[in-house]
Design a binder for this molecule. Structure first.
Ligand SMILES: *Cc1c(COP(=O)(O)O)cnc(C)c1O
Length: 382
């Protein structure tokens, strides 16, 4: 099956009793047994498995070309399960431009359980070899990164650690499997905030893990079962429904994304535009190699360098909603320094280039003309 067919049919079966084309929402905590310990269809208790969640998990494995899919109550709950797979003393190397909540989970929660995190630029992958130690057990990547749209060459990192006892995990939230499939490039684990492009409609908080091997999937399923961070059946249904239109949505996000990026790049008030589909992006060649299209995330800064200009623009947008999050059908705008990335210390933000005049857009699937004119009017208010 090819990708556009998989998003609709991958791992999916019609409901066997009624022929229902869509998987029903199985609102049940438990399942009747004929005789103690003998299950009717493999289901026992919904923390362990629920048929609606199972349908989503099978779909996730299918679209990411993995062996096992797991659905969690949020993206961070999914990450939390990966960290619980590690042991005290283990070391993690993570990309330095990271979702703020991921940084918070690593440093404020897991450092106290004696995991050690090193945050580095993966721009030059060969330099990573120097910081790998015997204790390195996990490499955590985001690509494109949030909010500066830096890319990491997933295959180069996978090749670097081949044969070593190190897991490679990729947060694929920004790209979605329509744009890139990390397992095909050598990753062991793919993570999603399914709240974003997979759900696609800003109506659910959800997370996902997909593993290359069934063995690793079983180990992470045990963690999910034992610590309970599952996705409920209704939310599972919403994500499954969202996935069916993933290809169509990502095509339009990408079409609008490049045009908004080009518009910003020629605007006299704009300093830098961060979008992998622009030839001015320092990793444009890698984008062409690794990504099918470029998605809907665009960040930019002002020539003036002033926070007030960013704030003014954000206050005057009408079609773009000023809100956290991304990846829904509607366009959103965000001020990373005071919203999504406020949990990263100011000096660290400055070091990374997350300046106070940085604006991040999640370009939706509305008519492009309306998006551009919204930006035009907001710029003229400055
Ligand atoms: C939103 C997001 C997360 C966290 O996911 P939640 O569903 O909000 O828990 C992690 N990584 C990235 C890149 C995100 O955008």
């Amino acid at each position: 099956m090819k990708f556009n067919t998989k998003v609709i049919h991958g791992g999916q079966q019609h409901e066997p009793h009624t022929g229902s084309v869509n998987v029903p929402v199985f609102l049940t905590s438990t399942f009747a047994q004929r005789t103690p310990g003998e299950l009717k269809a493999g289901y026992e208790y919904s923390r362990a498995a629920n048929p609606t969640r199972q349908a989503l998990e099978d779909a996730l494995a299918s679209i990411e070309n993995g062996a096992t899919g797991l659905a969690f109550g949020s993206g961070l709950a999914a990450m939390d399960a990966v960290l619980k797979f590690l042991n005290p003393g283990d070391e993690v190397i993570a990309v330095d431009d990271l979702y703020g909540g991921s940084y918070r989970l690593f440093t404020r929660l897991y450092e106290k359980y004696d995991l050690k995190f090193t945050f580095v630029s993966f721009h030059d992958v060969s330099k990573i070899a120097d910081i790998i130690t015997d204790k390195t057990k996990l490499i955590w990547l985001e690509t494109p990164t949030n909010p500066l749209m830096k890319l990491v060459d997933i295959k180069a990192v996978a090749d670097l650690i081949k044969g070593k006892d190190i897991l490679l995990a990729v947060d694929n939230t920004f790209a979605s499997p329509y744009i890139q499939r990390p397992i095909d490039l050598g990753a062991d684990i793919v993570m999603h905030s399914a709240t974003k492009y997979l759900g696609g409609h800003s109506d659910v908080i959800a997370g996902a893990l997909i593993t290359k091997t069934k063995e690793l999937g079983d180990a992470l399923h045990f963690i999910q079962f034992a610590s309970g961070g599952i996705l409920g059946p209704h939310d599972s249904y919403l994500v499954l429904r969202g996935i069916k239109t993933l290809s169509l949505r990502m095509q339009r996000h990408s079409e609008n994304g490049i045009e908004v990026a080009k518009y910003l790049e020629q605007h006299p008030a704009v300093q830098n535009v961060f979008y992998p589909g622009l030839p001015s992006h320092p990793q444009y060649e890698l984008a062409k190699k690794q990504m099918k299209e470029n998605g809907g995330m665009v960040s930019f800064t002002f020539k003036s360098g002033k926070k007030e200009d960013a704030v003014k623009l954000l206050e005057n947008l009408k079609v773009f909603t000023l809100a956290e999050s991304l990846g829904g059908v509607e366009s959103l705008a965000n001020h990373p320094a005071s919203m999504t990335h406020a949990s990263i210390p100011a000096e660290k933000r400055a070091e990374l280039g997350i300046t106070d005049d940085l604006v991040r857009l999640s370009v939706g699937i509305e008519d492009l003309e309306d998006l551009i004119s919204d930006l035009e009017i907001a710029f003229s208010s400055i």
